[in-house]
Ligand binder design. Sequence first.
Ligand SMILES: [Zn+2]
Ligand SMILES: [Zn+2]
Length: 359
Amino acid sequence: MPEIGFQEFKTQQYLLERIRSMPQERMEIAEWKTGIAVKVRGQNATKLIAWRTDIDGLPIEEATGLSFSSNRKGFMHACGHDIHMANALGLLEQLIGNPIQQDVLILFQPAEEGPGGALPFREWLKTERPDLWPDEIFAMHIAPELPVGTVATKPGLLFANTSELFIDLHGRGGHAAFPHLTEDMAVAGASLLMQLQTIVSRNINPMDSAVLTIGKFTAGTVQNIIAENARLEGTIRTLNNESMLKMKQRIEALCKAVEIGSNCSISIDYGASYCEVDNDGELAEKFLDFAGVAEGITAVRADAAMTGEDFGYFTEQIPGLMFWAGVASEFGLHHAKLNPDEKILEFMPGFIHHFFSRL
Ligand SMILES: [Zn+2]
Ligand SMILES: [Zn+2]
């Protein structure tokens, strides 16, 4: 029953049923939109440790042919958030059956793929439920390219600061034979697309890094009409917020120049944006040390990637750590044939439980 951001009604219902079927003595359940926060009381807590799972799916038709395929046509858990949820339920079960010293908060967070649930969830915790504000926060993401049993992370930046980018150009269209009476938005859009490519090469410090990708460019209606509209759709990725602001300033300046040069009007919409995932150095070292000697686990130092994750809004304000967990799938994230190896669920909840018992 994969559901997209903030539509996770059945998912939430299912999770609540599963959570309520467990012994309740140590548990406190709070609902926020389509998300859930479950606190498990520890033996003798000095802090509150959070584990976050995302719960949303993607509008992709599943093509794996697996027995546990999506039962909802046109939607699937192509980013492994079903594995994340099953793992979180497993962890919850273990914490109830075998309480650790510290209190643990399990966050079932909606809308990771968009429009982003982490930021409003965090703000809700802060303003409405400060008693549930964690001292530390952890999360994992499945990694199709790593073998089962391998975990990978690093201190500091793990995922990029990201923003969507939608640019609409509007001018006067007209007959293909009378270009002098029109403003051609296909030409203006194409020119803007090329100019945007100079931002990373000419405005960003070469020792820094950034990506600007226009994944979709549309203009016009038919072959013999000069285009009245054009639209560029893309994404911006940087390693920090300053570079993100710089990128946006340059995009706006280039758009202004095309507006003047092509006598048209341009509007920019940045859509959803995610803060970078910045792992706490101490927690990362502690985790890598622990995983390095854990039975059946291989710990690897990961490279930072230009992927985005709204978990970054948690690490922005709470010491936190995200790690990759291998699921050995031939097809990658967001692919219709993503096939994570479920063997990960046999040991991952226990591994995290064990790690949490050391915190
Ligand atoms: Zn995803
Ligand atoms: Zn994901």
